[in-house]
Structure formats: C-alpha cells, structure tokens
Design a protein around this ligand. Structure first.
Ligand code: FA5
Ligand code: MG
Length: 441
C-alpha cells in the first residue's frame, strides 16, 4: 500500500451538498439458493458463448468450453439459467459471465481493490467485520427486492432493468440482496463482495455485470447513548466518517462530495461522488438502514448503517482504467500490468484503436426501451461496442417518434476491419427490426 500512501496528504477535499433528490436505479433480490459459486478464479466456464471471447486477441487465454456451472456442489446448466420463456430474460452474454468472479483474483484490479478495502476494515475495526465474497448471485425476488423494502411498482423490478431467471428468481442487481439474510443469521458487522447484474445503457462507465461491496454495521443503544445524538444521527455520522476514511485510505488526494439521495432501504440516504475525467462520478450509495429491515430480522432496538459501493468505478479512478470493458479482457497486455497488493498502479494503454461510428434511425414502438436496444447490440457485438447514444429524437405531426442512435464500435485489443463492422451493424439492424418491433428509416 505504500504506493498510494504517498499521495494521501494532498488535496483531499469534501464538498457537502444537499441538493438533488435523485432516484437511483438499484436492484435486489432475495434468498440465496442452497448453493454458492465455486469456480476456480481462472475458469472461464461457458465463456465460449460470448462474442467478446470469440473475438478475443490471439494472445489471449483461450476459454475452456463448459455447459455446466458448478455452484457449491450443485451443477447448474445453461438451460436452467437461459430459458426460452417469457419470464426469463437472461442472454448467453450474461450467462457467460456467471462464476468468473473477477473480484476473487488477487492479480486483477478488482481483486486488488477488494483486498485493499478489506484491509481498511481490518485495520480500522480489528476483527469486527465478517467478509463474504462468494455468495451465490442467483437470489429470490424476495431477497433482492421485498426484504429491502423495494416497492412493488419500483422501476428496478421491471424486466427492463433486471435479469430474471423466472418470475421468482433473479440475478442479484445489488449486494443489498444479502442484507436481510445475514442480519437474520445474527451478523452485525459484515461486508459482502459480489458480481451484480443489470440491464443498462452502454458507455465507458456502465456494464451489465459489475461488482459491488456491501457494508453493514449495527449499533446498540449503548453505542449512541451519551453521545448527545439520537441513533440515526449517530449512525449517519459514523457512516460518513467510515467512508471518508476509506476514500483517504484508497486515494489520498481526490475531490469528492456527498449528495443527498433516496433509497427504499435507507433514510437518510447519501451518494458519494468523485471527480474523474472532468466529471462527477457516483461511486457509492449509503444511508441509515430503515427500521423495518432491522425489526423484521430480530433487531428491535438497534440502528444500523449500510453502504453499496461500485468497485469498477473506484478501480477506474485508482488505476486510470479508461473503459469498464477492460476489466473483462483476458489480453495479457492488460492483465500483466496488475499484481497482488499493488494498489494505484497506473494502467498504460497498450495501443489505441480508432472507434467506428454507425448511426441508425427508426420509428419506435410503444414498447421500445433503450435497455432492450443495448441488449440487442451487446448480444451481437459483445465488448466490441463502446457506446450506444441517442443523438436525435423527434415526434412528427402524426405522433410517430423517431430515434437516431449512434453506435461506437471499438476493440480494446486490435483494429477492426470495415467488413467486420459492416457485418455487425447489418446484424444489429436486422435484429433491432425483428426483436424490438421498430421501423427502420
Ligand atoms: C445500490 O445498488 C444500492 N443497493 C446501494 C446501497 C446499499 C444504498 C446500501 C444504501 C445502502 P446504486 O444503484 O446507486 O445503489 O449502485 C451503487 C453503485 O454501483 C453506484 O454508485 C455505482 O458506483 C455502481 N453502479 C451502478 N450501476 C452500475 C453499472 N451499470 N456499471 C458499473 N457500476 C455501476
Ligand atoms: Mg446510484
């Protein structure tokens, strides 16, 4: 950790701002099935299915074909996760990421960051926090949403935002899916690190699989009595102190600010933003846990704080990683730059290939959503797609709405040929028309 300690004394600055009440799109799910993922950190499971792997650079590690994932002794087949059923919306590109557990690789930026966060908690609160990093990402709707009080009509529950295996089972969309279960088991201080899944837009900071760390700390009345504060105020202050300390530990000099926000499971709720690449980047959500969650799990007289931190966003800042897709590359020119315990080593781009832009205009249907479009594009282009951006939007006199999207194709590893891109774009146009019921212009 010496590598980043050096900068700690510099420009740490915190701007407290109580502005915007933004509605965050988080997710969740419920019971962990009776198994947990136990793939070797370098297993690529069914990675042969994903187009990004098919297009991988020659030097890359080759995937091992497998149709079964071993989940804590229980074998789960692709057919149980990717089903041709209206209650299932998990594509092969997502299935191919299950069980990879990038956060359990000590030489991967996400593993290095996870270990550094664990270190911070071990040092600051010796022997206090129990750590989990291999809880199964397949959870119940109850665990993901109900148990953390996500309202029945909340947008995060929709098929547009969450990957459903069936109507009662999802791929967790946040690590908060484990809060209730762990509280119910009697844990009062815990960290949960895991892969989470969301249907989302496509750009440099959004990817449909990413990693979160959940933290929960429960207080007893004795902790806050005598402080002159009520339990909520005490917990909120402790939470901010803890996370500011973590940011100091990881970054030293970085500009950040607190934003008041809303989550169904905390009140008050906050987000921490870090200034990166000339904009404010939201890196975590947190707050004082709703009493209902504590009470339902046997903690009647307690107060707790909770946070959910996005590992990729933090790692991008720490390691200077410009695009979230890089976390998934097996190109040695990326992987060889990182090693265990080396936090804050700056990534040196091995080469920069030009992007290729393709525009596509169509009349949308009522059911059109950008997430569905992104899913189609990813399904065809995999990690060759860098961004999908709405660049024009108008409604004509007849009430028909036209959208124009610009798709940026760029490989992180090699140059793409015109022929290859035209072929991808052709397939995208074809599927957009058939699957999304839009009319191309
Ligand atoms: C949540 O997921 C809440 N469960 C966090 C929380 C936990 C709040 C406990 C309160 C108490 P949110 O949707 O904002 O919140 O996601 C948390 C973080 O995950 C974000 O700040 C961001 O860093 C990261 N994140 C969200 N979506 C993506 C994405 N598509 N790609 C990469 N990182 C993402
Ligand atoms: Mg958010």
């Amino acid at each position: 950790m010496a590598a980043y300690r050096a900068s700690m004394a510099s420009s740490f600055s915190l701007v407290h701002s109580a502005t915007l009440l933004k509605n965050s799109i988080f997710l969740r799910r419920s019971r962990v099935l009776a198994f947990s993922l136990h793939l070797s950190p370098f297993s690529t499971s069914s990675a042969t299915l994903s187009s990004d792997v098919l297009h991988a650079h020659k030097k890359s590690r080759q995937p091992v074909a497998a149709t079964l994932l071993e989940l804590g002794g229980v074998k789960v087949g692709r057919d149980e996760i990717v089903k041709d059923d209206p209650t299932n919306n998990v594509p092969d590109s997502i299935f191919s990421k299950l069980g990879l557990q990038l956060h359990r690789r000590n030489n991967h930026p996400l593993g290095i960051l996870k270990n550094a966060i664990f270190d911070y908690f071990d040092t600051t609160y010796p022997s206090k926090f129990t750590k989990f990093d291999d809880l199964c990402p397949i959870v119940s709707v109850k665990a993901n949403f109900d148990d953390v009080l996500v309202p029945a009509d909340h947008v995060s529950r929709s098929y547009n935002d969450t990957y459903y295996i069936d109507s009662q089972t999802v791929l967790r969309c946040h690590t908060s899916a484990h809060q209730a279960e762990l509280l119910g088991e009697g844990h009062t201080h815990f960290l949960v690190m895991g892969d989470v899944y969301r249907r989302d837009s496509i750009d440099a900071t959004h990817y449909p699989v990413f990693h979160q760390m959940e933290g929960v700390r429960v207080f007893n009345p004795a902790d806050w009595e005598g402080s002159g504060k009520d339990g909520t105020q005490f917990a909120a202050e402790d939470l901010k102190k803890c996370l500011e300390g973590l940011a100091q530990h990881l970054f030293g000099g970085v500009e950040m600010r607190w934003i008041d926000t809303y989550f169904p499971f905390t009140n008050p709720s906050f987000e921490l933003e870090i200034y990166f690449q000339e904009q404010w980047l939201e890196v975590l959500g947190c707050g004082v846990m709703e009493q209902d969650i504590l009470q339902r799990n046997g903690r009647t007289n307690n107060v707790a704080w909770a946070f959910g931190l996005g590992l990729e966003r933090l790692a991008m800042v720490l390691f200077d990683i410009p695009d979230i897709r890089l976390f998934w590359t097996t190109d040695e020119r990326f992987t060889s730059q990182f090693s265990k315990g080396q936090l804050g080593v700056k990534f040196k781009p091995f080469s920069k290939f030009p992007p290729c832009y393709k525009d596509m205009s169509f009349w949308i249907s009522d059911s059109f959503t950008e997430n569905n479009l992104c899913e189609v594009v990813r399904g065809i282009a995999g990690d060759l797609v860098e961004e999908v951006k709405l660049i024009d939007n108008f409604t004509n006199k007849k009430g028909m709405t036209s959208h124009c999207y610009r798709i940026a194709y760029r490989s992180m590893e090699r140059s793409l040929t015109d022929e290859e891109i035209n072929d991808l774009q052709w397939k995208v146009r074809e599927q957009v028309e058939t699957k999304l019921k839009v009319v191309l212009r």
